[in-house]
Design a protein around this ligand. Structure first.
Ligand SMILES: [Zn+2]
Length: 175
């Protein structure tokens, strides 16, 4: 299933924010464009399966993406470098977005620099174990108890990653 890039596919209020954001970035001398907006659940499920039950690399950590709620966008930079290595360039557009009520995935979860979403979302409150099997959650809890991993909120992404790795490993062993 192909991705949808149209800004018109977004929820109305968020669409206005994104539209203003693109404009402001442009005025600030940075041109960015949308690579994906609304993602039907069917496509999210396909992406979730990738690297798990289907071939390929893991590209998402949730079936509950804000894209499916029309409240997230993925972006790239116009010009030679679609995803600049210079972190400052990302910070610049994230700063502009923040003022407009757009959260940067990298601020929230320390991953996915290209992902931005509507702020104040439920997703933000419960980012940790969406789509992670219960046994993996328990393993992570155990690791937290043993202080192998910390409980610090900023460490939720490593926790999640570890759960994915465990999951894959058990798949490999044929659990
Ligand atoms: Zn995204």
């Amino acid at each position: 299933m192909k991705q949808i890039r149209e800004i018109s596919a977004l929820e109305e209020n968020f669409r206005k924010k994104v539209s203003a954001w693109l404009e402001k970035c442009k005025n600030a001398g940075v041109e960015i464009f949308l690579t994906e907006t609304f993602r039907p659940q069917e496509r999210q499920n396909e992406l979730f399966a990738q690297g798990r039950t289907a071939p390929g690399k893991i590209v998402t950590w949730t079936k509950n993406s804000m894209h499916t709620k029309k409240l997230a966008v993925d972006i790239a930079f116009a010009g030679a470098e679609l995803y600049p290595r210079n972190h400052k360039k990302w910070e610049k557009i994230a700063e502009i977005g923040k003022d407009l009520g757009i959260d940067w995935s990298f601020d929230l979860f320390k991953v996915e620099k290209c992902h931005f979403q509507c702020d104040g979302s439920k997703f933000k409150e419960k980012p940790v174990f969406d789509g992670v099997p219960e046994w993996a959650q328990k393993s992570c809890q155990k690791m937290q108890d043993l202080k192998i991993i910390t409980k610090d909120f900023n460490d939720t992404m490593p926790t999640f990653r570890f759960a994915v790795i465990l999951d894959k490993f058990l798949d490999y062993l044929g659990k």
